[in-house]
Design a protein around this ligand. Sequence first.
Ligand SMILES: Nc1nc2c(ncn2[C@@H]2O[C@H](COP(=O)(O)OP(=O)(O)OP(=O)(O)O)[C@@H](O)[C@H]2O)c(=O)[nH]1
Ligand SMILES: [Mg+2]
Length: 320
Amino acid sequence: MTCLGEIVSEGDVIVAARGGHGGSGNKRFATPTNRTPWLAEAGLPGELKELVLELRMKIDVGMIGMPNAGKSQLLQKISKARPEVAGYPFTTTEPAPGVVTREWKSFVIAELPGILPGANQGNSLGRSFLRHLWRAKVIVHLLDGSVEDPSATITGVNTEVAAFESSFLQKPQVIVVNKIDLPAVRARIPVLRRRLARYGVSMHFISAETGEGVEELVEQILQLLEETPPEPNPLPPPAVVRLLRQSRSAEPQVVRDGLVFVVLSPKAERMVRLADLRRFQARLQLRQMLTRLGIAKALEEAGVQPGDTVRIGVVEMKWE
Ligand SMILES: Nc1nc2c(ncn2[C@@H]2O[C@H](COP(=O)(O)OP(=O)(O)OP(=O)(O)O)[C@@H](O)[C@H]2O)c(=O)[nH]1
Ligand SMILES: [Mg+2]
């Protein structure tokens, strides 16, 4: 599937399917001697396409992590968002955005549903929501400090992210160990600090519940957002709309299909489509048009006789 483009700002336009050339109306065929033209030119069909639209949240920061890490708790602490906090996995099933405001600065952060490392595609609730990371400039990776080895889950979660889109790992990532209010977790901080150092990213130790370390984290996010250049706009340059114009010089062709004389002329095919050939005037004007286009001559050369059937596009008529 190719991406046609992305609508990022109000007013962005993408030409997804081009319309056909409109065709000329009756008025266009009026002449001093033919004041009531009965003929009109049908439009050409436009492009037909099946499109898949993907909604991507416009966020500055994406928060990822294993289920139960405390993402909702942290979001509650730093913003006015109120996602449900509960001691079981997959409490959050939809991305939950919140606005964080500090003095005159603010950013939008969204909790993405928990990611289970190694989960097969489709099984992992979180994976389908990773598309929202497209617009995020910074990723906050939250670890549950109370699990057996919090650092061991980092690679697993990041592998899931990379499997969705490898470029997401180029975004600056902040590793955050949560739940340091628990004595067992606090005691592990020095060990974790050493283990996490090899990831070469900024790390924070916080308690989303008590708020310890949270302000420093917000400060760091604000700083990273300032340092990170804006995402390049992936919108392709506006497509040049090319109208399908038929070549007027194309020689009309007549071929035989059994007893039927088939006219091959895009121009004539468009003229007959809208004509009401039950009307004598319309038939007369069509005949004049066919003469002008050289079609009458081509038909006669092919041996057409009055009373023979002539087919032009979707219309069949008796040659008069
Ligand atoms: N002790 C302690 N518990 C916490 C802390 N943060 C969250 N919790 C608890 O951890 C559990 C999960 O918290 P949530 O915020 O719902 O976790 P989540 O990452 O949003 O989980 P899902 O939405 O299910 O992926 C809840 O029982 C919270 O009370 C913390 O800083 N300290
Ligand atoms: Mg949650």
